[in-house]
Every structure is written in C-alpha cells, then in structure tokens.
Design a binder for this molecule. Structure first.
Ligand code: MD3
Ligand code: FE
Length: 199
C-alpha cells in the first residue's frame, strides 16, 4: 500500500481456530463496550483490550491504561497465539523486533464505522502496528499524512493481516460503514485486533 505498509492476505487463517476461543476468553473478563470520544460521541465500534496496556477513550481524552476503566482490573493477558501471530506478521513485513505490549480489539456490527484518524497515542512511532481482520469484509480507507489527503480504498477480508510502520506509521486511516453480508464463521460481525507498542 505504501513503502512500509503491507496487507498479508490470509496470513491469520492458520490461527483462526486458536484466535476465536481466545477472543471469547477476553470478552468474558473485559466485555466489548461502546466508549465515548472526547467530543462526546459514542463510538459505533465496540472495543476491549488485552495485554499490559489497553487503549481507552472518555470525555477527558484518548489514552492507554493498565486497568479496564469499567472493572478497575488489569486487562486480560495477551493470549500466546495473539503474540505469536503479531510477531510473525511483523517479521514477514520486515519488522523482526516487534514487541507488542497492547492489543486493542474492535468489534464491528452492520453500520459500524471508524472515521479518519491517526494512531498517535503510542510513545514510539518507530514500532510498527499489526492489525488482524476476522469475519465480515471491511472497506478500509488509506489516506496520507494530512486529513485532507486523497484516500485509497482497500478491502480487508477474513484472515488478512495489515502491517504498517516507517514512513507510513502516521497515515490517516478509517473504515467505511460495514455492510451486512454475514460471514459463515462469525455471522454479522467483524473483529479487528491491532497490536501496538504503546509504552
Ligand atoms: C494505518 N483499526 O483501531 S487497522 C484502530 O479495522 C484502527 O478496526 C482499524 O484503525 C480497524 O485504530 C484498522 C488497519 C490498518 C491497516 C493498514 C494501515 C491501518 C493502517 C496502513 C497505514 C496506516
Ligand atoms: Fe487506527
């Protein structure tokens, strides 16, 4: 997609049988919830986290926390299969030393969308971000370094892994409203998890 942005088609498919029960385990401890942005809007995407740090938002701002704000308990541990997939995908895209400490898990239902944004809450922009798509197909918007730059549409299918770092790390990106075309395995749902080095 860019000089340091890659979509590894189907890279996560061999992991799906391990990923789905791991997601169910995370959900049990830290359920998906629709968080409120600093601007006061409730996100149409519901989220949870695993790993040492989790991304959250409320009226006070965006940040990473080491506890779930709903339960005040630590976020669930990063499942071993998650960590292995993240490191192998990063290495395959040319980032052999990726050590994720945060995994944001997004749940999309029909109509859910993510408006154009940059991922800027991490301390070290040298580390790449790895994202795994499961379930319904999404139309991903891949923009430039400015919000007003032209965007390209990229379809993300069940099992695809995207890796972006280097000069593409701060590109604007988003997800178009999800169309309801139920997936044989996950039904009317899309799960995306994003591995980051936050601290
Ligand atoms: C950025 N998630 O949680 S990541 C997010 O599908 C987020 O839930 C999206 O953006 C989601 O912050 C998409 C996928 C992605 C793929 C390639 C990129 C983001 C990218 C390339 C450059 C910049
Ligand atoms: Fe993002």
């Amino acid at each position: 997609m860019g000089p340091a942005a890659f979509v590894l088609r189907g890279f996560a498919l061999p992991y799906v049988d391990e990923l789905l029960p791991a997601i169910a385990g995370i959900e049990e401890v830290a359920p998906f919830r629709n968080m409120v942005t600093p601007g006061g809007f409730t996100m149409s995407v519901a989220l949870t986290n695993c790993g040492a740090l989790g991304w959250t938002t409320d009226r006070r701002g965006y940040r990473y926390t080491n506890v779930d704000p709903d339960s005040q308990q630590p976020w669930p541990e990063m499942p071993v299969a998650f960590d292995r997939l993240a490191r192998e995908a990063a290495a395959a895209a040319g980032f052999p030393d990726f050590e994720p400490d945060a995994c944001l898990v997004n749940r999309y239902l029909p109509g859910s969308r993510l408006s154009l944004h940059q991922d800027k809450n991490e301390l070290d922009y040298n580390a790449p971000i790895v994202s795994v798509s499961l379930g319904m197909t999404a139309t991903f918007l891949f923009g430039g370094q400015e919000r007003t730059d032209k965007t390209a549409k990229v379809m993300l299918y069940h099992g695809d892994v995207a890796v972006w770092g280097g000069e593409d790390r701060l590109r604007y990106h988003g997800v178009m409203p999800l169309k309801d075309a139920p997936h044989p395995r996950l039904g009317s749902k899309r799960i995306n998890f994003t591995f980051r080095k936050a601290a």
